[in-house]
Unconditional design. Structure first.
Length: 134
């Protein structure tokens, strides 16, 4: 990352349907165009978790147009920060990248009351990350 370029962040979880999509939504909302945002999954689901969509919608963040994407080596190579959320060793490793593994409950199969605390923890982590990157 050079001083003239903006940082890029990749969020990775297994299905790219819940945690990583909420994190990407928060980062886009908070950082605007100051940070490039990507998300992907090691085994992408067919669609985003509707409860995650609803939980984000409660805060005015619309992720309905997003869709799960497959994790590629290029996405990792093109990112400055790679944040994994339960995908284990599926994420390729490149020296010089900043890696973080966020231990978060999986919202899959959970109701809205269980997803809200996960969403709120993701928001707190994103706010801290933005403060570190810009």
């Amino acid at each position: 990352m050079t001083a003239a370029s903006k940082p890029s962040v990749l969020f990775v979880c297994v299905h790219n349907a819940g945690r990583s999509q909420m994190a990407a939504g928060f980062l886009r909302d908070i950082a605007g165009d100051r940070i490039e945002v990507r998300s992907a999954g090691s085994m992408p689901a067919e669609q985003i978790n509707p409860v995650a969509v609803e939980a984000m919608g409660e805060l005015g963040i619309d992720i309905t147009t997003e869709h799960p994407k497959v994790l590629t080596t290029e996405a990792v190579q093109d990112s400055d920060v790679v944040i994994t959320m339960g995908c284990g060793d599926a994420c390729p490793f490149f020296p010089g990248k900043r890696y973080e593994d966020w231990k978060l409950d999986d919202p899959a199969g959970q109701g809205l009351d269980a997803v809200r605390p996960i969403r709120d923890e993701i928001r707190a982590r994103i706010e801290k990350l933005v403060g570190e990157l810009i």
